[in-house]
Design a protein around this ligand. Structure first.
Ligand code: ADP
Length: 643
């Protein structure tokens, strides 16, 4: 029983063993091997994906995209060495083979462009297309290609190229389709990677383009700023120079003679010139002549340079005639410049600008440098502005010279006139005294009786002689005052002097029917003065007031203590003096328009009075409202201890 049992048990075990192995061989082993191979495939794919992704960087240049594509295709080919990998690019109406990967012993001859509707379908659907047997479909157009590569089955996969580049398509071909299943994920992965890289590249390129554009813009702005900056500096320097020039021209105490030299100096510094000269037109000679005060030229050189204005070959003359600025980079070798003058001044670069005042051209400014090609058009423009200022100062110099020449001549004439008057007056004084003496004796009847007519004639003669004597006496006074007459200063009482003068004029005033009154107080401080000359001033003012106020008028004399000065005034209520004449009445020989015809006089009284008062350190003045009379006052200083 047990044996049976054992026997049955052994049989059962052997059956189970057999069943186990049967099942293992039939189901489990293939499953295990496929599990292993799919594990390996997974591992391989992971390695492939990791390796390729390490290189999946966005290219910096569009050309680099091709390199990345090639790298991917090479990796793919390495994973499937029995395959052929072909890369096509879409062209209008056809596809161009741009690259392929397969080992050939001899390089095959290939067409480059292909037409196969399957390409278009794959690219249109954007999906992986599978041909288990390419010949089963319409493979006209690529059959030769496929035969060269030994392709019987194919996988086609389009991918997105960078923006603007033609569409691309990858063809994975093989003699049989055994590894198509394995290759499909690789292909999909490669196509999606390349598409993503394209997309990223597009962004990178456009960003890079934007960055480049921005960089260019920034560079342009920086350059512009640079240029503007140096222009500003240049302008600032020019403004400063111009300011200095204008200060020379208009500044207080600006010496116009040296001003010209100063301007040429400023110009020389401003444009770093070695020679700066003004060539002024000398009308008498018909030449352009270098004026004194030039910069960098000796007087000897200056004398050698003068050009007739008909010499058209001279650049200075041409600028003078046409008023057009001229610039030369190498004056010694320039056919438009007279080389000998450029050599004389040892210059190469040359600028010439016209100097004109309003519409009148007066000369040119010549600026030279020993260095060739040294001056710029900007500097030429700056020079033309300076030349305008220079014109003003040259005009001022000329005016100043003419004026001082005229002033000198006038002073000389005046001196001659004074000498002449003085001599004539002296010469006339003695015979006049004799005439007056004899006329008086005859008139007195001492030398015999006179008839009425003789008396009348002699009286007129006597009056004329008196007038002449008066004039001579005034002239002599004036000549003495102009010369070195010594005043005899002494302490004196002005109130007393005024009293005496007024008393001596009372009779005259009465004759003229003028009311003369003296309101001067007795207690005026004493002054230092020459009694004779001051007496003459008071007399003169009184005589004028009586003369010009006319019959029926009243004349009032007053004196006042002003502390530092004593003021004496002679006031009348006559016709007064018109406003426009008031400034001139103290001038020598000036006589009022109205009075000159009616009242005799010399026009010297007030001039003498003014000179006398000024010699005393005092002042004389006039207040008058026409029709309301005239008031002449003078002030004499009171010595400190008296004040
Ligand atoms: P003269 O009296 O000899 O003309 P003056 O030098 O004394 O010369 O005076 C100059 C001028 O001033 C006079 O011609 C006259 O026109 C004017 N003048 C002077 N005093 C008076 C006055 N008191 N009233 C009006 N005019 C006067």
């Amino acid at each position: 029983m047990i044996g049976e049992f054992i026997g049955a048990g052994a049989l059962g075990a052997a059956g189970a063993f057999g069943a186990y192995w049967y099942l293992k061989f039939r189901d489990v082993l293939p499953m295990e091997s496929s599990l292993q191979s799919s594990r390996k495939a997974f591992a391989d794919f992971t390695v492939f994906a990791r390796e390729t992704m390490e290189r999946a960087f966005a290219p910096e240049q569009p050309e680099h995209y091709g390199d990345i594509t090639n790298y991917y295709l090479m990796k793919l080919h390495k994973s499937f060495p029995d395959s052929s990998i072909l890369l096509f690019e879409k062209e209008p109406g056809q596809w161009r083979l741009v690259n392929y990967l397969k080992y050939f012993k001899a390089e095959p001859k290939l067409l480059t462009s292909y037409k196969w509707s399957a390409f278009d379908r794959s690219s249109a659907e954007g999906e992986l297309l599978r041909f288990d047997d390419v010949r089963a479909g319409d493979y006209q157009g690529v059959e030769e290609l496929f035969s060269v590569f030994g392709i019987k089955s194919a996988l086609m996969c389009p991918f997105m190229p960078p923006a603007g580049a033609p569409e691309r398509l990858m063809l994975f071909g093989a003699a049989d389709r055994s590894f198509f299943d394995a290759a499909q994920p690789y292909l999909r992965f490669v196509a999606s990677q390349l598409s993503s890289i394209s997309r990223v590249s597009d962004k990178v390129f456009s960003l890079k383009k934007e960055a480049d554009q921005l960089k260019n813009e920034v560079n342009a702005v920086v350059k512009e700023l640079d240029v503007a900056g140096s222009r500003l500096i240049q302008r600032a320097r020019e403004r400063k120079a111009l300011y200095e020039v204008v200060t020379q021209v208009t500044g207080p105490g600006g010496d116009s003679r040296n001003g010209c030299a100063a301007i040429l100096n400023i110009v020389a510094k401003m444009v770093e010139a070695d020679v700066v000269a003004c060539l002024l037109y000398d009308e008498a000679k018909g030449e352009l002549v270098v004026s004194p005060g030039s910069y960098g030229i000796t007087d000897a050189e200056r004398m050698l340079y003068s050009i007739p204005v008909n010499n058209q070959s001279s650049s200075s003359v041409r600028t003078f005639l046409t008023r057009k600025p001229f610039i030369s980079a190498d004056a010694q070798n320039d056919p438009d410049v007279l080389a000998r003058y450029a050599k004389l001044w040892e210059i190469h670069s040359l600028m010439i600008v016209p100097i004109s005042l309003h519409d009148r051209i007066i000369g040119v400014m010549r600026v030279g440098s020993r260095r060739a090609d040294f001056f710029t058009p900007d500097q030429l423009e700056f020079l033309t502005i300076i030349a305008d200022e220079l014109a003003i100062i040259i005009e001022m110099v000329t005016l100043y010279e003419n004026l001082s020449k005229t002033a000198q001549e006038l002073a000389q004439l005046n001196k001659l006139k004074d000498e002449f008057l003085s001599t004539v007056s002296h010469e006339l004084k003695t015979p006049l005294t004799t005439i007056k003496g004899f006329v008086s004796v005859i008139l007195s009847g001492e030398v015999g009786p006179l008839n009425e007519q003789q008396i009348k004639f002699l009286t007129v003669t006597d009056q004329s002689v008196n007038r002449l004597t008066h004039l001579i006496s005034d002239l002599l006074d004036l000549s003495r005052l102009n010369g070195k007459v010594e005043m005899e200063f002494q302490r004196m009482d002005l109130a007393e002097l005024v009293r005496n003068s007024v008393s001596s004029m009372l009779l005259k005033a009465k004759e003229k029917n003028v009311a003369l009154s003296n309101e001067t107080g007795k207690d005026l401080p004493q002054v230092q003065a020459d009694t004779r000359w001051i007496g003459q001033v008071v007399d003169n003012l009184l005589i004028n007031a009586i003369k010009y106020a006319g019959p029926g008028a009243s004349v009032k004399v007053s004196g006042s203590d002003k502390g530092e000065a004593v003021v004496i005034c002679v006031e009348d209520n006559g016709p007064g003096i018109p406003q426009e004449e008031q400034k001139m009445v103290f001038d020598k020989f000036y006589r009022g328009k109205a009075s000159a015809k009616q009242v005799p006089g010399t026009g010297l009284g007030l001039a003498i009075s003014k000179s006398v008062i000024e010699k005393h350190g005092g002042k004389i003045w006039l207040e008058s409202r026409p029709g309301k009379g005239a008031k002449f006052c003078f002030a004499l200083p009171v010595p400190k201890q008296e004040a």
